[in-house]
Design a protein around this ligand. Structure first.
Ligand code: MN
Length: 292
């Protein structure tokens, strides 16, 4: 099921083939009321199986809206953290090493003695306030500086996980989305350059994990206007999806709704105000994002 959030926080089931969204907002009634202190993480994702069941029940009679006329929000409203992998495709690591404009930070080059760049650099965190949906668009923080697109497969964690093994890592996944890990190039720390408001775009909807049986075999791409910029497959991830979840859960307790951005392939490049970015991932769909 393709679960989306739209307009003023409504819940929908997207049908991209029919270019429509069914409004199943009533399914949110299954969520329990909250008392302080509220449990960490996203409460919709924590109760996703019940929400999906209620949505399926509402679907036959749900009102349909044209997909093109709704404003898509982030499918996850309240992640407790956004974890991301740096330099996790070989060809992207190569282009970064060859272009000082992409990474002025010298600590990103030279990986002798390490199994992977992730092994040397670890994972990093993005501010949760950077998160928006496809319909909200990207707002450049400084048009004078270079902001690059990075298309990535995003994992949405479904339940609390700590020290999960690689073998069981995919069991804690609620679903998958497309993510844009938008990045200002420069000397500041990643946690600042990638955390400006709107610099994590998630969408266009959440596809349940059961509908993505092989997350390590997905074509992914992004166009800016009509020009294809990045085109690859998740089988080329240096550290795979299950290994990334296991690594993240060894350092941080993962909560329902936490996001894991798995890294970007080669072809990163700048965007300007007025551009439209169209990204797609096999089995998830296509996401159009305007640059403001
Ligand atoms: Mn990235």
């Amino acid at each position: 099921m393709r679960l989306c959030r739209f307009n003023d926080g409504r819940l929908g089931v997207a049908d991209p083939e029919a270019s429509s969204v069914a409004d199943v907002t009533e399914a949110l009634d299954v969520l329990p009321g909250l008392a302080w202190p509220v449990p960490p993480g996203d409460q919709l994702i924590r109760h996703l199986p019940e929400v999906l069941e209620a949505a399926a029940g509402l679907l036959p009679d749900a009102p349909r809206l044209p997909l093109a006329e709704v404003t898509l929000l982030s499918p996850v409203a309240n992640p407790s953290k956004i974890v991301a992998a740096p330099l996790n495709y070989v060809e992207h690591t190569r282009e970064v090493g060859e272009d000082v404009q992409i990474h002025a930070n010298t600590h990103t080059t030279g990986f002798e003695g390490f199994r992977s760049p992730v092994d040397k650099l670890g994972l990093f965190l993005k501010a949760t306030t950077s998160l928006v949906g496809a319909g909200e668009g990207l707002r450049l923080i400084d048009p004078e500086r270079r902001t690059d697109h990075e298309v990535e497969l995003a994992v949405v964690i479904g339940r609390e996980a700590r020290d999960v093994s690689v073998e069981h890592a995919l069991d804690v996944v609620a679903g998958y989305c497309i993510a844009l890990d938008m990045t200002v190039r420069g000397t500041e720390d990643r946690s600042m350059r990638k955390s400006a408001d709107t610099y994590t775009v998630l969408g266009p909807w959440l596809v349940s994990a059961e509908d993505v049986p092989a997350p390590g075999e997905l074509d992914l791409s992004i166009k800016v206007g009509d020009a294809v910029r990045q085109e690859s497959n998740t089988r080329l991830l240096t550290v795979g999806v299950a290994e990334l979840i296991a690594l993240a859960s060894r350092w941080y307790t993962l909560h329902p709704g936490d996001l894991l951005l798995t890294g970007t392939p080669d072809g990163v490049g700048p965007v300007s105000s007025g551009d439209v970015m169209t990204s797609s991932i096999d089995g998830i769909g296509e996401m159009r994002v305007h640059v403001h």
